[in-house]
Write a protein that binds this ligand. Structure first.
Ligand SMILES: NC(=O)c1ccc[n+]([C@@H]2O[C@H](COP(=O)([O-])OP(=O)(O)OC[C@H]3O[C@@H](n4cnc5c(N)ncnc54)[C@H](O)[C@@H]3O)[C@@H](O)[C@H]2O)c1
Length: 353
């Protein structure tokens, strides 16, 4: 029998319920700590999910020798420092996206985790969605033919209060960008995985509608190229009236797939050969809605990534969302910001006349 693993959640804000739920769902795991520098938030998460110990101190969690692993669900600016501290304390780390704010910090974390022999994984829950796995399989098995192009658009709506009430969102120092690195992360990360790598051809950022409350971008548009030559367009905005929708179109020489990445992933359209159509029918029939804990478009796949993480901790097996994958997505984000900020657009309000 394998010994139980003990996990801790650091940061008890919006996404924390997905972590405590994900680890609580794993056999042989117990979540011992809810840690937030705001004691009320730590207490409220602990109460809602029966977490026995509460603290405002990360050091207290890291000093608990029985803690095997931690989830880091804090603002982007603290990911690198807290992940390094946890790895140095001998903990395995599941850090929310992005891995770090800079590629240099991300690279140091990977090296540290490898030296320490500890698992470091960056949350990319949608890579584990059954529909995304199916599209991967259709590409790998040749049912879609050679990849020609991918078009991904996330539109969502964020209010002025969302930024005003946050100590870190909408700032370069706390969030490191906004629409792309925060809401748009998963669509980019999934497209990068479908294409086997992406490089930036061009990008523009805009702050059209939320500029009184954010110094970062509310919108980004980009053209990229896939490593096998696919042409890729990518767009994200947080200034839409649509609460949340990610639409991805994958065009191959033998088939086309249109799907929503959100929860539940929806397969809208498939065209291609009889085997692809049969597989798509099976996928539609198989997909059942699972009820997520917390905000519903975050989906249910934090559970799947937690399962992969626990397996890696126990057996050393490689993870789908490895730290190195997180580093490659961070590199791409940095390239997109470098290019996009050179072409930043701040539209002026329309003048009468
Ligand atoms: N995977 C997803 O779908 C998803 C969804 C939402 C957020 N996220 C990511 O999760 C992370 C957190 O986002 P959020 O929306 O939950 O933020 P949030 O602001 O709601 O919560 C962050 C919490 O961390 C606490 N905190 C900050 N510094 C701390 C410290 N040193 N010690 C203890 N507690 C500390 C804050 O008090 C706050 O309660 C970000 O990286 C974000 O990008 C991921």
């Amino acid at each position: 029998m394998t010994s139980p693993l003990i996990h801790a959640i650091i940061g008890c804000g919006r996404v924390a319920p997905n972590h405590v739920d994900a680890f609580a769902a794993q056999p042989g795991i117990s979540v011992r700590w809810a840690c937030d520098r705001d004691a009320a938030k730590a207490r409220s998460l602990a109460l809602a999910y029966d977490v026995p110990a509460v603290t405002t101190s990360v050091a207290e969690v890291l000093a608990d020798a029985e803690v095997d692993s931690v989830s880091l669900a804090v603002d982007h600016a603290q990911h690198a420092e807290l992940a390094a501290a946890a790895l140095r304390a001998g903990k395995h780390v599941l850090v929310e996206k992005p891995l770090a704010m800079t590629v240099a910090d991300g690279t140091e974390l990977i090296e540290l985790s490898e030296r320490a022999g500890r698992v470091l994984s960056v949350v990319s829950q949608h890579r584990y969605d059954p529909l995304v796995r199916a599209v991967h399989d259709w590409l790998d098995s040749g049912l879609l033919g050679r990849l020609v192009s991918v078009h991904a658009v996330l539109q969502c709506g964020r209010t002025t209060t969302y930024y005003r009430d946050s100590y870190w969102r909408g700032t370069w120092s706390g969030e490191g960008g906004s629409a792309l690195v925060n809401q748009g992360y998963h669509a980019l990360d999934v497209v990068r995985s479908l294409c086997g790598g992406l490089s930036v051809v061009g990008a523009m950022t805009g702050t059209a509608h939320l500029r009184e409350v954010m110094e970062t971008e509310d919108t980004l548009a980009a053209v990229l190229s896939g490593s096998s030559g696919a042409l890729v367009t990518y767009g994200v905005t947080v200034a839409s009236v649509v609460p949340w929708r990610t639409r991805v179109t994958v065009v191959g020489t033998a088939g086309t797939v249109v799907f929503d990445l959100d929860h539940p992933g929806t397969l809208h359209f498939v065209e291609g050969g009889p085997e692809l159509l049969r597989e798509a029918e099976a996928e539609r029939a198989r997909t059942t809605r699972e009820e997520p804990s917390g905000i519903d478009y975050y989906g249910i796949s934090h559970r799947r990534q937690a399962a992969d993480f626990c397996r890696a901790v126990r057996t050393g097996s490689p993870m789908t969302a490895s730290g190195r994958e997180g580093l490659e997505t961070l590199r791409l984000l940095a390239d997109l910001y470098r290019t996009g900020r050179r072409h930043a657009v701040v539209p002026q309000p329309a003048t009468a006349g």
